[in-house]
Ligand binder design. Structure first.
Ligand SMILES: [Ca+2]
Ligand SMILES: [Ca+2]
Length: 713
């Protein structure tokens, strides 16, 4: 007995000492950043295009400008849900009748989900069978003013077109995937023709579990619409299943992704938080993102708070997030977290725009973490301070800490810079602490007086933004597997060095490029050339399509980081001056009637003009069967994984695309002997003879390459 009590005491004693020390010398919380561990890339902070523009048509003009200025520039909304009811496909234009006062709102509402097929052919659009008045009204009153404000910041508004089906109809798109595809194509064509842009994404159906859509119907709609839009030159993202109940999202997603073709287009697993909410479900959603190389998004909860947002960004690995709508009038609704702003209309002549009580905290994230930011690992020694850390596309790091109580903490691992510190608590909103400047390796100290959210954000730039573009086209929307890429930045490498042998090195002058693909696999990129301002490299073979990250390192230091989207095909053609424009980097191949072959240059450097000019290609005299055949060999990148020759076309015509003729394509493939270089061979039609300078338009899998110029004698 005595011995065992002694043992217990001897075990307890060190513990008691530890506890005593802890109570007299409180351990400060330490947050540690590990930028080498990266998670999702942030897409956008979404709001539904609902600001009272239709219901309160008389008051709306009095607050809209202030509201939109705040929505974009203060809160940081950069993505809008543009809803389209399926009753847009109908013989009647009920919105216009309602808008003009001819029918009541109740009468209009009866037709919201009533679909009358435009005709019996899902491949022939009858324009009279679609009425886009309600969609256009949302575009005119919400999308356009917000788009203009987002673009004034040098950013891009992401428009998410969301199909709404909350009522039965004798005819249903969900039963006919090609009819759904036609509906979306008609909408895209309408928006393109009227406004000059098309949506960035299609959210297949709002609350699939509420609307009675099966996973198979979702998958079929995605496959049919993806194919149809691609064939028409549109490449939106696809978002599904946006279930009301979080627990329904994964089962519906799992069914949808099994439908042949759906996985080619489905980019985002989406959910709402109205039921079925659990950490385990959220983690399953996050793990689907890794498994399929896709993104995740929480897209609606009336009453959603920063605690939901924090969890969604952490466990769910969300790239995009929404509470719900932009604004509503106070006289018609309470501050229920269903709108970011509540408009105080006590004096209807002087409405006042107020932040919703929950929005105050959301702003601590939205305003500082911008589209393209990469989330990096942040751990905390104290559960009272839960951190999230990001590297923005402009390299500015942000740490957002959810504090369960007041207190101070230090952050280890931030780069040397000056940081702003801002917090919001129940009692205090948007309070600035003094800026903090730290040297390399130094921790940053911060404090918050009570529970709330505190944001630490770099004010100075620690590295130059990295711009990744096709080395051929000099365009940047997407990068193709195995393609050649040029990245521009600052201090990327200590010296200018080019690779001299193959296989290409993965480190030059101490600089290296690492590409982490959607599946989380990091690969070193083969390097062609490094310099302080530019690095040319190949997207490593094996990189999966989907969201990826490109990190430039110099020894152990990250010098630049940037998100990218990897696609199978992103055609780019090299031009002679390597700018993506002007004379084509090409050669002509002449095959004489006796089958003898000769290569001829198609460019020369004109010293007087100081640039490459296209040399006239001589198609020779027309001698019937004895005429020379002349082929044009173009060099490019991002072409090799094309869907076969029927998916590759070349048109040659005027610079504006007019008077173009088809040039039959013989090959479109990768060159084994040159890393990342692809070749497209076409026969030059005789009808081009005498045209002089003409532009070459290459299309691969529905995607256009940069036009390049040749000269035909
Ligand atoms: Ca139809
Ligand atoms: Ca039709």
């Amino acid at each position: 007995m005595v011995a065992s009590r002694k043992l217990v005491l001897s075990l307890l004693f060190p513990l008691l000492v530890l506890l005593a020390c802890a109570s007299t010398v409180p351990q400060q919380a330490v947050i540690t950043l590990s930028p080498e561990v990266m998670f999702q890339t942030i897409g956008g902070w979404e709001a539904t295009a609902q600001a009272g523009q239709l219901t309160f048509r008389d008051i709306f003009p009095k607050y809209k400008d202030t509201l939109y200025d705040l929505t974009v520039n203060d809160l940081g909304i950069n993505r809008i849900r543009l809803e389209i009811t399926n009753g847009v496909e109908n013989t009647g234009d009920y919105f216009t009748q309602y808008f003009n006062g001819q029918i009541s709102r109740e009468e209009w509402k009866k037709h919201w989900y009533e679909i009358i097929n435009d005709n019996n052919d899902p491949f022939v659009i009858n324009p009279a069978g679609f009425h886009f008045g309600s969609l256009d009204y949302s575009v005119d009153t919400v999308i356009l003013p917000i788009k203009q404000r987002v673009e004034a910041r040098g950013e891009k508004l992401y428009v998410n077109l969301n199909y709404v089906d909350f009522g039965p109809s004798a005819f249903e798109h969900k039963n006919y995937p090609e009819e759904y595809a036609e509906f979306m194509l008609a909408t895209f064509l309408h928006l393109r023709d009227k406004y000059g842009w098309t949506p960035d994404s299609i959210e297949i159906v709002l609350e699939a579990d509420n609307a009675g859509w099966s996973g198979a119907q979702i998958g079929q709609a995605i496959a049919a619409t993806g194919n149809r839009l691609k064939a028409n030159g549109f490449h939106p993202a696809f978002i599904a299943p946006s279930t009301t109940n979080m627990a329904n999202a994964v089962p519906l997603f799992d069914q949808a992704i099994q439908i042949p073709g759906a996985a080619d287009y489905l980019t985002d697993l989406s959910y709402h938080r109205y039921g079925g909410v659990s950490d385990a479900t959220l983690q399953t959603i996050g793990s689907r993102a890794i498994q399929y190389g896709i993104q995740t998004a929480h897209l609606e909860l009336i009453g959603a708070t920063y605690k939901d947002l924090h969890k969604d960004l952490t466990l769910g690995r969300d790239s995009s997030w929404a509470q719900f709508t932009i604004a509503w009038l106070k006289s018609s609704g309470i501050d229920d977290g269903g709108k970011y702003y509540v408009i105080d209309d006590s004096d209807p002549n002087r409405p006042i725009v107020n932040l919703g009580s929950r929005t105050r905290y959301l702003r601590q994230y939205f305003k500082y973490v911008r589209s393209g930011a990469v989330r990096i690992l942040a751990t905390s020694s104290d559960t009272a301070f839960e951190p999230l850390a990001f590297v923005n596309a402009d390299c500015k790091q942000v740490v957002v800490v959810k504090a369960a109580s007041g207190g101070s903490f230090s952050i280890q691992g931030l780069p040397a810079a000056t940081y702003g510190v801002k917090y919001t608590t129940e009692a205090q909103y948007d309070i600035d602490s003094p800026d903090v400047t730290i040297a390399a390796g130094q921790p940053l100290q911060a404090a918050i007086p009570a529970a709330g959210v505190i944001t630490i954000y770099a004010k100075s730039v620690n590295c130059a933004p990295l711009v990744n573009i096709s080395a051929a086209s000099y365009r940047s929307a997407e990068l193709a597997s195995e393609s050649l890429v040029a990245s521009f930045g600052k201090n990327l490498a200590p010296a200018t060095v080019a690779a001299t042998a193959t296989p290409l090195p993965t480190s030059l002058a101490g600089a290296a490029v690492k590409v982490t693909d959607a599946l989380g696999v990091e690969r070193p990129a083969p390097l062609l050339f490094v310099s302080p301002q530019q690095i040319n490299y190949q997207i490593p073979p094996g990189t999966s399509r989907g969201p990826a990250k490109v990190v430039v390192v110099n020894g152990a230091n990250i010098t630049a980081i940037r998100s990218a989207t990897i696609a199978r095909v992103v055609p780019g053609l090299f031009s002679a001056n390597s700018s993506g424009a002007g004379a084509a980097a090409a050669v002509a191949l002449r095959v004489k009637p006796d089958s003898s072959q000769s290569f001829e240059p198609t460019i020369k450097f004109d010293a007087a003009q100081g640039k490459f000019i296209p040399l006239p290609i001589d198609l020779g005299p027309d001698s019937g069967n004895a005429t020379d055949q002349v082929f044009l060999i173009l060099y490019g990148t991002g072409i090799r994984f094309n869907g076969g020759l029927p998916m590759v076309s070349v048109k040659i015509g005027d610079a504006n695309g007019a008077n173009a003729v088809d040039a039959p394509v013989l090959h479109a493939l990768g060159l084994a002997e040159y890393v990342g270089l692809d070749q497209v061979t076409v026969r030059l039609p005789r009808s081009l003879a005498g045209r002089g300078e003409v532009s070459v338009f290459l299309s691969v899998d529905g995607k256009q390459a940069n036009p390049v110029v040749i000269n035909v004698k």
